[in-house]
Design a protein around this ligand. Structure first.
Ligand code: FES
Length: 348
């Protein structure tokens, strides 16, 4: 057994043989930032201050050779080789709830865009499922695989959870959902019973701050941001907020009406849709280009802001890099959930 000392908090916890630092921390009720748990997103990056680790399997985009040489590790993969000291922020989140496995029933499937399905799951009414708006669940497939999806709503009394699922051609789960590909054991239809594990992840509103917020979403990265914004409405959070939602074509912004409605109803909320590859038939008259560049055009300084970003890893990583380097955003004020696909995880 090894002991991990976390700085600056000074907390310690033990790691069993075969366990990663993150697994051991979560087992001990210590929540550190993480996302995919697969070495693909980089959300769990931390600094190894003393000791040695087995780095595990990961993608270079999550941890580059330079970062590794500078002492960075991915705690979702790293296993200590003896006692270690790790510098990592403990996520202070009141009400972080334990991860559980639960059944649910598919209540509805709605095709919101040609490649996006909105799936609503009904959770057991007798066994209340607690989560923080912005977290994700893993759907446990019959073949032993799992698929991670953000919950797109804040906790609701009717115990429903909404997922925004992008079609990944060739992916057994989403092919089945969109009615393409060969029927498989993973076919999903209304009234099916699924099993899931959650809630997971550390993407949720840090409520102990009054900083104005920039929300940055690409594609279905809108899902957890929708959940956080719903939470803000329920809790009457009136920090100035601007949502930038980027897609290749207008139809990728599959709930644009809802975002526009928020902007009409909340004086402190602005919505900026951004499209990168509009076709003439789209008749797009709004902002164009990369969504994170639109943020930089409007906010040359982000020094006083918090940014909540979710979407494709390239968008999230570009945003982090440029917002901190160019616009002076403090790194600790960038909260992100980078999507990783099953293919990403296979590469990890
Ligand atoms: S949580 Fe460790 S790389 Fe994603």
């Amino acid at each position: 057994m090894s002991t991990v000392t976390l700085v600056p908090a000074g907390k310690t916890f033990d790691v069993n043989p075969g366990e990663t630092i993150l697994e051991a921390a979560l087992r001990g009720g210590i929540v550190l930032p993480y996302g995919c748990k697969d070495g693909a997103c980089g959300s769990c990056k931390a600094h190894l201050q003393a000791g040695e680790v087995e780095y595990g399997t990961y993608q270079k985009k999550a941890l580059s050779d330079e970062e590794r040489a500078a002492g960075q590790i991915l705690i979702c993969q790293a296993q200590p080789l003896g006692d270690v000291t790790v510098s990592a922020r403990i996520v202070a989140a009141e009400g972080m709830v334990p991860i559980r496995k639960l059944p649910c029933r598919v209540a509805s499937i709605e095709i919101a865009a040609p490649d996006v399905a909105v799936v609503r799951l009904q959770l057991p009414s007798a066994d209340r499922f607690e989560f923080l708006a912005g977290q994700y669940i893993d759907i446990l497939l019959k073949d032993g695989k799992r698929r991670s999806y953000s919950m797109a709503n804040a906790p609701r009394d009717d115990q429903q959870v909404e997922l925004h699922i992008r079609h990944t051609p060739g992916g057994a789960f989403t092919d089945a959902l969109f009615g393409t590909g060969t029927p498989s054991i993973n076919a999903v239809k209304v009234k099916d019973i699924l099993r899931f594990e959650g809630p997971q992840g550390t993407f949720f509103l840090r409520e102990d701050s009054a900083r104005p917020i920039v929300f940055l979403a690409s594609g279905t990265g809108f899902a957890p941001i929708k959940a956080v914004i719903e939470h803000c409405r329920t809790k009457h959070v009136v920090r100035p907020m601007t949502l930038y939602w980027g897609g290749r074509r207008p139809r990728d912004l599959y709930m644009m009406d809802l975002a526009e409605q928020w902007a009409r109803e909340m004086p402190h909320f602005k919505f900026v849709p951004v499209v990168s590859d509009a076709l003439p038939e789209d008749q797009w008259g709004g902002r164009t280009g990369f969504v994170h560049k639109a943020v930089l055009e409007d906010f040359p300084s982000l020094a006083d802001h918090s940014v909540y970003a979710c979407g494709a890893p390239i968008v999230v990583q570009s945003a982090l890099q440029e917002f901190t380097a160019v616009a002076g955003l403090p790194e600790g004020e960038f909260f992100a959930d980078a999507f990783t696909t099953a293919a990403d995880k296979a590469k990890a």
